[in-house]
Design a protein around this ligand. Sequence first.
Ligand code: MN
Ligand code: MN
Length: 467
Amino acid sequence: MAETEKTAGQLLAEQLLIQNENGAAKLTEEEEAAADRFCEPYKEFLNTSKTEREAVSTAVAMLEKHGYEPFDPSKKYVVGDKLYYNNRGKALIFATMGSRPLEEGVNLMAAHIDSPRLDLKPNPLYEDTGLGYLKTHYYGGIRKYQWSALPLALHGVVAKKDGTVITVNLGDDANDPVFCVTDLLPHLSRDQDKRTLSDGIRGEELNILIGSRPFRDDKAGEKVKLALAKILFDKYGITEQDFLSAELNAVPAFPARDLGLDRSMIGSYGHDDKVCAYTALMAALEVERPAVTHVTILADKEETGSKGNTGMDSRFLDYFIDDLARPYGVAGHTVLSHSKCLSADVNCAHDPSFPDVTERRNVAYLGGGAVITKYTGAGGKNSTNDASAEFMAYVRQVLDGENVLWQTGELGKVGQGGGGTVAMYLSGLDIEVVDIGVPVLSMHSPFEVVSKADVWSTYRAFCAFIK
Ligand code: MN
Ligand code: MN
């Protein structure tokens, strides 16, 4: 049977209106297969990059395999040169030199590699009624009730006074023990059930259970704590005071998994924002001899406001650009002022179980492609970068030119809440910036959900931007 001819109304709608049917197959079968293939190593990246330090190590190993070398500020780089700058093991900048002069600006991609979690307090180890615990201070925006009754792993470092730094990675190997925050049984939760959800588990109740077996010596006090301290000393050579100079993070102790009967999604800890870090990194590795130099930043501290010397509100990017441009006799600010940036971060996806918090005409849908977010913030566009109409038009043209599947979305209804990204710090350097990334369900939970189609489309958006 021949294809039915379109009516005048259908043709006019195609010409004038946004075509946006939710639930429709948006990618071809071949594209879906490519998305599935792309996401296999992404899951591995998630598993080996639960903290910012681990993400930097993983990324540096990948960069070195592709010929990237540590940045040398005295060197005048030429087209095709690949370099990286490791900022304290917690943030990373890498660049591939283009053929156009630097004073015409660079193409920037910026994502963050820290994710919400439970950090150990400086003095965390204690014993209470025969059980051993670690006190925590949560990092980033978490819903505290989601972090109890869940297997946790401990990742991070302990720096000793003699200068040695010990890496801790315990709980993710199948042979490792795990840890957890306990919760009440429903039989005895009558009073707790009356608390508000935000108060269901309180900050000072997020204590991690780590042991219960006492040290065998009737004369010793706090025998469980002592026995645990001995295990830590035997395994890592650390004493209780060494916790003061440590960064230990409790993160969910399970790997990324395919989600759904159709395996169309990935459930994992840390998609925000490893999903944009990974897609930007893969795009950067792909584009080897660009016209315009491309620079990728993987920043730390976004989840706590981008402050600190490894966060995007620090000067390390403009210092790097200064150093990169100096051998050419070009001022760093000249490069920045002519640069374009995709601030790569996730946005919320519409959740059909909680439809009231989003506005259905201005929200991203899972499977609808990379989401462009013109502005974030809260209330009357407080604390945000609001991308210019001209730059939005430029990005539309770039993505449509490569047939990238994309959509736009706001972070929820006006007045419902809000959030921010690194975009405002980059635009503060006089760079043209817009947010783009992957829509996420259950964002900031221990098990965030993304669509493989969106992960792949975001990767393709970055490729289109820097090619
Ligand atoms: Mn984020
Ligand atoms: Mn976040």
